[in-house]
Ligand binder design. Structure first.
Ligand SMILES: [Ca+2]
Length: 333
């Protein structure tokens, strides 16, 4: 990986010390220096800009928002508009850099929606009425010289508290999917969390996706996909960068393991629009790792379409997924 940085990120020595050819790359993310200044808000909002487009919205540093120390960030969103936010510009990063976002978060009553974002990548968090630690990995799809770290509350009339914020570069392991030449799936081994994967479910409560070391087949982490008793599907999907053409062949692969066995897993190449059709592997998971693999041919209906690789769970329960691979095994152009 090459980083085009204005300044070193502080883990150069660690990066140099990473094993090369030492057989296996299963280390936990190595977290570098915090890119934001005054992430504990002990110096008020020094270093942060603030903005709101809601009536009465306000960002402030306040003792009531402190989890540790004398102050924390208090974000109040008034009525209307998108939200109330603070942000700060940080030093740059290269393409495909992984970033760890960590913060302590609490809502005044619970249920408040917050977003954390960094150079167009981000995630949402629902606050509880007690302090919780939020830790996520983001995967940067492009380099930036002056990215912004932004924290926002987006629930009308809501107050949320944030303390001890860090946005830090993370050196992550490489799993089998990352080491498979010409794999069209990025972060297919889930080493950068759910970075680049889009989550969707109609199963509430219980539909969720996350990553965990317990779910790894290779590398350090894998994905946990769960569906509740209600609804039909929980899915994660990633759009491939290149469209597909009639007559091309692709091999789609994933490693899957069920919590109980018998869970209904689907691995598909799917057109990126209605009717969302495409070839799939439909398989029942075992308690042991199963290697799903199928070579599919692109038909006329999918010709010159953008497609996504989709993993879905169609029954109640939970499965672990790792090492998603899509390889073009026959070209027609
Ligand atoms: Ca993995």
């Amino acid at each position: 990986m090459t980083f085009a940085l204005r300044k070193p990120w502080g883990w150069g020595l660690l990066a140099l010390g990473l094993c090369q050819g030492c057989g296996g790359d299963e280390h936990a993310p190595i977290i570098g220096d915090n890119l934001v200044r005054n992430g504990s808000f002990e110096s008020g909002l020094d270093g942060w800009w603030d903005a709101t487009n809601s009536e009465g919205g306000q960002a402030s540093a306040s003792p009531e928002a402190a989890d540790l120390g004398a102050a924390g960030l208090k974000l109040y969103k008034g009525t209307g508009g998108w939200g109330t936010m603070v942000g700060q510009e940080t030093e740059g990063h290269g393409a495909w850099a992984t970033l760890q976002v960590q913060a302590r978060v609490r809502g005044a009553v619970g249920g408040e929606q917050l977003t954390f974002s960094f150079h167009s990548q981000g995630f949402e968090v629902t606050a509880e009425d007690r302090w919780r630690t939020v830790t996520r990995l983001l995967l940067m799809t492009e380099a930036s010289d002056n990215p912004s770290a932004i924290i926002a509350v987006t629930t009308d009339g809501a107050t949320a508290y944030v303390d001890d914020v860090s946005f830090s570069p993370a050196q992550v392991a490489k799993g089998e999917a990352d080491l498979t030449p010409d794999n069209q799936v990025i972060n297919g081994s889930f080493e950068s969390g759910l970075g680049l994967w889009t989550f969707w479910t109609n199963s509430f409560p219980g539909g969720m996706a996350s990553t965990s070391p317990d779910a790894k087949h290779s590398g350090y982490a894998g994905m946990v996909l769960a569906r509740g008793a209600e609804g039909t599907l929980t899915t994660v999907k990633q759009t491939l960068t290149a469209p597909v053409f009639e007559g091309e062949q692709y091999r789609i692969e994933a490693r899957v393991r069920g919590a109980n066995g018998g869970e209904a897993v689907n691995l598909c190449l799917q057109i990126n629009r209605d009717p969302w059709d495409g070839p799939c592997i439909h398989e029942k998971a075992d308690r042991e790792w199963k290697h799903l693999s199928r070579t599919v041919t692109i038909d006329a209906a999918m010709h010159d379409e953008r497609v996504g690789v989709l993993l879905s769970l169609g029954s109640e329960g939970s499965v672990q997924v790792d090492d998603v691979v899509v390889l073009r095994t026959r070209s027609v152009r």
